[in-house]
Design a protein around this ligand. Structure first.
Ligand SMILES: Cc1cc2nc3c(=O)[nH]c(=O)nc-3n(C[C@H](O)[C@H](O)[C@H](O)COP(=O)(O)O)c2cc1C
Length: 262
């Protein structure tokens, strides 16, 4: 048996979850499992050698992060492969699972809440339910056990994931609001040491660092990895974000996110 998990992750929660699921699948004897990151092109699109194919991704503005649906639509999956989708969110699952289900029919799906990466909207601990980072990590682990058991046992959900009202929010987001928010990213030249991590981490190659100056382009998808992982806390979106505590998943480094496979 071979399993492939496609993962998008901005600040590590989804990669942490995908790794927990992988570990459990392997522990249950469910077979070799590969995590392929859907961050930077080129993404390995041929999954026809996999018996089970999954997608682990975050909820952004009620839907999928920019470009993820397009990448998923190019992934080739065998007709008899078992498919699953798992969403990580702060407060609500959104309609991302429903969007993926329209591209590759999902046999199984689920979600788990974790700390919020959307620093300009909420402090990271404003989750539903409220939970400490340690509790959220424990929850990820426990949920991963359930997901892996169901996946290895080829459990089928009787209903398709719901088409939620968040669809409108997500469409507005994907139509351009994300780029407007991304345009507000800025780097403090007094704090920046020109390490270039933000540029290497950006899934859309939207950042250029020259000397100690950081330039943000116009196709940011707002994953906020650059801001949340900056070792100098030099990157902000101005206003509230200057004072808000940074967050990224404690078990996932910027280097982990940059690997094509995990
Ligand atoms: C731009 C953006 C939009 C978000 N929108 C939502 C949302 O609509 N609902 C929600 O519950 N969480 C939302 N979140 C929170 C993320 O879904 C959550 O923190 C997720 O665990 C992040 O996964 P990652 O660390 O793998 O990127 C948003 C985060 C970002 C960066």
């Amino acid at each position: 048996m071979k399993n492939v998990i496609y993962c998008f992750s901005g600040t590590g929660n989804c990669l942490n979850l995908a790794r927990e699921i992988k570990e459990e699948i392997v522990a249950l004897g469910g077979g070799e499992t590969e995590i392929i990151m859907m961050r930077k092109e080129p993404v390995k699109l041929d999954a026809t050698d996999a018996d089970r194919v999954g997608f682990v991704f975050p909820c952004y503005a009620g839907g999928l992060p920019g470009g993820v649906a397009e990448t998923i639509s190019r992934i080739r999956i065998r007709q008899d492969a078992y498919t699953f989708g798992i969403v990580s969110y702060a407060a609500y699952m959104g309609c991302g699972l429903n969007d993926i289900n329209k591209i590759h029919r999902l046999d199984y799906w689920g979600g788990v809440s974790h700390h919020c990466s959307c620093i300009w909207l909420f402090p990271h601990f404003m989750t539903m339910p409220m939970q400490s980072i340690e509790e959220a990590q424990e929850r990820n682990k426990e949920k991963a056990k359930t997901f892996a058991k169901d996946i290895v046992g080829r459990k089928y959900k009787k209903t398709a994931p719901k088409m939620l009202p968040n669809k409108i929010e997500s469409m507005a987001w994907l139509k351009g609001l994300q780029y407007k928010k991304g345009a507000k990213l800025q780097a403090d030249p007094d704090k920046c040491i020109g390490c270039g991590q933000c540029a290497n981490l950006c899934p859309r190659d939207n950042i250029v660092v020259e000397d100690n100056s950081v330039f943000f382009g116009d196709h940011c998808i707002n994953c906020l990895g650059c801001l949340q992982y900056c070792p100098q806390e030099a990157i902000s979106m101005g206003g509230l974000t200057l004072k808000r505590e940074r967050y990224h998943n404690p078990a996932v480094t910027a280097e982990d996110l940059m690997n094509e496979q995990n």
